[in-house]
Design a protein around this ligand. Sequence first.
Ligand SMILES: [Fe+2]
Ligand SMILES: [Fe+2]
Length: 361
Amino acid sequence: MVQYPLSELQPGMIVASDVFTPQGQLIVSCGTYLSQQMIQHMRYYHIKTVTILPNEVTPVSKDARPHEEPSYARRIRQSQEFTAFREQYTQSAGIFQAQLQDFVRGNSPLDTQALLEDTITLFRHNQATFSLLDMLHNMRDLDDSTYVHSINVSVIARLIGVWSEMGEEDLDTLTLCGLLHDIGKVKIPQEIIGKPDRLTAEEYAIMKQHTVFGYELLAHEDIDVRIKNAALMHHERYDGTGYPFGLVGERIDTFASIIAIADVYDALTADRCYRAGVCPFEVIAIFESNGLHEYNPHFILTFLEHIAGTYTGYGVRLSDGSTGKLVMINQHRLTRPLIQLDNGDFVDLTKRLDLYVEELI
Ligand SMILES: [Fe+2]
Ligand SMILES: [Fe+2]
C-alpha cells in the first residue's frame, strides 16, 4: 500500500483504507475505485494523503467491482434524468443544511414552507423511467451527513405516504417529519456522531438522547405535533423493543412509525457493502430476516410490496449466473418472484430455494 498526496490521485485508483473528514466523517470507504468527483470531494475536505492499493491487488469488496456493476445501475447513472436529479439534490442538501443550522443557532424560526419547497421539487423532479429509490441509491457517493440522510428519509417517507394514498397535507407533514427526525443529533458530540467504530454502551446511551433533544428543539415551534412526535419516537419499535420509551404498537405516532421504516431503509442501503448496485430483493430479505414485527404491519407491507412490485418486467441475474426477466411478484414471498429465463423456461423462486435474485441488469 502506498500513501499518495491528493495532487497525485487519479480516477480508477483503489483506496486501501477508509478516508475521513477532519470531523471524523467517512467520505470514501476502503476498496472504492476513485472517481474524479471523489477526488474533488476530498480536496474540499482538505484531505492530504490517501492510501492506495498497488495495481496488482484485486479487491474483493462489492464496492470495488465497477466492471461488474449491474448495467441497470449504470444506465441510471448515465441518464440525463439522473444528472438533473443529482444537481437538484445537491442544491437542496446545501439549502437544507443552511436552513437547519440557522434554526438551531436560534437565528431564525423554523420556516416549514421553505423547508418543504426543495424536497418536494426533488420529488416532482423524478420522471417515470427510474424509481426514486434507485436514484437515491445512486447518490451514495455524495455524502453521508445527517442532512443527506434526512432528505433521503423524507423522500422515502413521502413515497410510503403516496403508496398509502395520503392527501397532500399529510404528505407535506410526513415529509417534514423526515427532514426533522434527526434534528436532535446537533446536540450530540461530533466524536460520537462521526465515530466509525462501534459505539461503547455509554456513547450509545448518549446517542439515543437525540430523540428527546429533537423533541425539545421542536417543542415550542408552531408546527404539526406529528413532526415533534416523529423526532421523539422514530426509534420506537412496534414490538416495544425501541427507545426512548419502549412504546408498543399503536401508541407510537403513526407518522413516527413510517419514519422508522424509511430511516432503517436508508441506513441499510447506505451501508458500505450495498453502495454499488444495491439489489432491492436483498434489502427486502434483510428486512424480513431482521423481523417485520418491529414495524407497523400496514406500512411495512405497503412499502416492501411496492418496492418489489416496481421491478416487474425488469431484467435480473440469478445467483447461479442465469439471466431472465421478472414476470410476477409473489405477494406472500416478496423476495421469491417468478422469473422467465432467457431460454424461455420459467423459474418459480418459491420452489427453487437454492436460487435468489442477485442483481438487476
Ligand atoms: Fe434517529
Ligand atoms: Fe435517522
